[in-house]
Ligand binder design. Structure first.
Ligand SMILES: Nc1ncnc2c1ncn2[C@@H]1O[C@H](COP(=O)(O)OP(=O)(O)OP(=O)(O)O)[C@@H](O)[C@H]1O
Length: 260
């Protein structure tokens, strides 16, 4: 809805309580007849200290949305803010610094360095940035994730679930404004996957972190506060307080549309 107040806000950037925001976000890959519109004028607000899941059929634009919000990819048109910083228009170096200082990432492959122990992996991004972790915060993250007695283990000495918890701790270590998780449970058995989702939930509830998670799994999405549904590059629906059953039912409707 474009009330005058909303229009004012569009120019002023996101209001307090909004961790990231996009207005009219469009992303086109390629040009001419082969052009693909991956995102089509998306307006979205990601609220602080909330767990937001992004779902939708394959190719609907989930990863593209995450990459554009995280400054990993340029936009074709529209504007993106992280907090009150507009990131559209920033140069590569500024974007690199902004990602490093203000965003945490978790991917399906944990991307841990095999020669470093768990603690060294957790603090690596901060070491590279020349920043010292806040010891009290780091302690809290390590304890919340149950990694205290695993800190001197190398990745090969950890289970898949423990490795993903290390990746989760690494994303949290710098206390970023926003954590992006792309299928963080995709490579895990269901028990380890559940653990990681519980920890992301705790990161939001106990540590007041903000998490955006792309997933195909309705059970994973049920851990979030809000599910955004994408189809053909647009946000077509949202579901607060989701249950796995309700998300599954909603996803089935996409299948129905595509088959008919
Ligand atoms: N680098 C690229 N070059 C060309 N087209 C791309 C590129 N990246 C994505 N696309 C296209 O943009 C659309 C959205 O892709 P995206 O990866 O965001 O979808 P997704 O919802 O994350 O899919 P999936 O669930 O399969 O991972 C798709 O049609 C895809 O083929």
């Amino acid at each position: 809805m474009s009330t005058p107040a909303a229009l004012d806000r569009r120019d002023a950037g996101p209001p307090a309580g909004v961790a990231a925001r996009a207005g009219g976000l469009t992303k086109t890959y390629g040009s001419g007849e082969t052009a693909v519109v991956a995102l089509d004028a998306v307006d979205v607000e990601i609220h602080r200290a909330r767990f937001t899941a992004v779902m939708g059929p394959s190719g609907s634009g989930k990863s593209t949305l995450m990459h554009c919000l995280a400054g990993l990819d340029t936009v074709t048109s529209g504007r993106v803010w992280l907090g009150d910083t507009e990131i559209t228009g920033l140069g590569d170096r500024e974007l690199t610094r902004l990602r490093r200082d203000r965003i945490g990432f978790m991917f399906q492959s944990f991307n841990l360095l095999p020669t470093l122990n768990a603690l060294e992996n957790i603090t690596l991004p901060m070491d590279i940035a020349g920043r010292k972790p806040d010891p009290a915060w780091l302690d809290r993250v390590v304890d919340t994730l149950g990694l205290r007695d695993r800190l001197d283990h190398r990745p090969s000495q950890l289970s898949g679930g423990q490795q993903q918890r290390v990746a989760c701790a690494r994303a949290l270590a710098s206390r970023p404004e926003l954590i992006f998780a792309d299928e963080p449970t995709g490579n895990l058995d269901s028990r380890s996957g559940l653990e990681v989702l519980d920890f992301l939930r705790e990161a939001v509830d106990q540590l007041e972190q903000t998490v955006v998670m792309v997933t195909h799994d309705p059970a994973a999405a049920a851990h979030s506060d809000l599910v955004l549904f994408l189809a053909d590059g647009r946000i077509v629906d949202e579901m607060p307080r989701p249950t796995a059953e309700a998300v599954l039912e909603r996803m089935k409707r996409f299948d129905g549309v595509r088959k008919s």
